[in-house]
Write a new protein. Sequence first.
Length: 146
Amino acid sequence: MARRERILEVAAELGADVAYERVQMQEVAKAADLALGTLYRYFPSKVHLFAALWKTHIDGFVEDCWQSPGNDPGATVGDRLVALTRSLLDRPLLCSAMVRAIAVDYSVNPDYHFRFAEDRLCRAVLHTLGRDASSLALSRGGASEA
């Protein structure tokens, strides 16, 4: 397993067990068998770490669980969003940590690339509904992806 993925896995385990405030970068580094400085090279803060977990979760969900539209695209979107919500709430402490991290991340740096996770989810919804997603603005900066 690659180092970055191992860090994310360890952070998810710790974040699922204790509240966000109690997860310490030192503990993440130790559990991932890394020096603290190495961890900080990958993720400069706990906010960046848990925001990356959010992006990974959303990306994985879209890739693994968002299949082609069924007979009723509206129901398909609803079903998939319910499934996403359930997947997040299966580990409420981790969900809370990820949401807190992206909320802080957005307020500090609104153009940060973790916003692309939501854009990917929006594109999946629009695709399921048979709508063109090519004009969807990314990261609220106005740039669009072709």
